[in-house]
Design a protein around this ligand. Structure first.
Ligand SMILES: *[C@@H]1O[C@H](CO)[C@@H](O)[C@H](O)[C@H]1NC(C)=O
Ligand SMILES: *[C@@H]1O[C@H](CO)[C@@H](O)[C@H](O)[C@H]1NC(C)=O
Length: 260
């Protein structure tokens, strides 16, 4: 009876309501609006309301919602070790978005955990589509990342140029966010994460080592940490082929988004 009561309580906690409406978090450059429309991804710029019209999946997926530069690779590695094979790849996240529709993002059900740009922007839609999904959020003090307009940092490998432009358009509203735009995206991302019921989010702040211990992360995901002291921070900069788990391990080396 006692167990049943606890289960019922957890059931209620897990079912805590999401905010219904999520405004688009940024102003999007004209260049981005054009590019996203061309690649049939402009529906992501619409405000989103979580309703019963959303097609859902009961898959227990894990969503890495931290922006770039907040330790997403280290956390992806830890989540992967805990039994949620991690897909840390903007290429693959974009591909799944192209396979999705405003009311159907269940294409993401094939994987176990997802990280990388633009997860920090799209996660509300995924929380709505996956009522059992949980967030592992990474954050930091003084968000520093900014590409400063034409900085060299904006130029990714030539073959991935289009994909990284699209991913940044979704996350920041710009192909090359300025420091100011990056800070705004960071603030909006923090606000969105904090609006999610506590039972569905675990926050790890890399500027506060006590918040990135392995044990609490494992517990949040219903697992046990067996790779060292759980009362220590998760390993930093672990060597990990981050896209290993994407597409069931068949992640293409290069993927060109469909042009319609
Ligand atoms: C978008 O631009 C408008 C007009 O410049 C401004 O008032 C608003 O704060 C901006 N919104 C965001 C999220 O940056
Ligand atoms: C992260 O931790 C640092 C150090 O304690 C703190 O100053 C900062 O406000 C925290 N950031 C967030 C977003 O919680």
């Amino acid at each position: 009876m006692y167990v049943a009561a606890i289960t019922a309580f957890l059931g209620v906690a897990a079912g805590a309501p999401l905010p219904t409406t999520w405004p688009p978090p940024h102003n999007t450059s004209t260049q981005c609006v054009r590019m996203l429309a061309k690649h049939k991804l402009d529906w992501l710029l619409e405000p989103f309301t979580c309703t019963k019209a959303q097609k859902t999946s009961n898959a227990h997926i894990v969503l890495g919602t931290g922006l770039g530069g907040t330790g997403t690779r280290s956390v992806a590695t830890a989540v992967d070790k805990l039994g949620y094979p991690a897909c840390h790849s903007f290429l693959y996240v974009l591909r799944l978005l192209q396979m999705s529709k405003p009311h159907d993002l269940t294409a993401f059900r094939g994987g176990a955990s997802y990280f990388d740009t633009p997860m920090g922007y799209i996660f509300p839609r995924l929380l709505c589509s996956f009522p059992k999904a949980k967030i592992v959020h990474t954050t930091r003090r003084d968000y520093h990342r900014g590409y400063d307009g034409s900085s060299r940092k904006c130029r990714s490998k030539r073959e991935y140029r289009l994909e990284s432009d699209l991913a940044r358009c979704i996350e920041y509203g710009s192909t090359c966010p300025t420091r100011e735009e990056a800070r705004t995206a960071f603030a909006n991302n923090e606000r969105a994460v904090l609006s999610v019921p506590k039972s569905r989010r675990h926050i790890m702040n890399i500027s506060d080592l006590s918040s990135i211990h392995a044990g609490p992360l494992a517990e949040f995901l219903g697992k046990e940490w067996r790779w060292g002291n759980p009362d220590k921070p998760i390993p930093h900069k672990a060597v990990y082929y981050a896209s290993r788990a994407c597409l069931g391990g068949n992640h293409p080396r290069h993927w060109v988004p469909r042009v319609h």
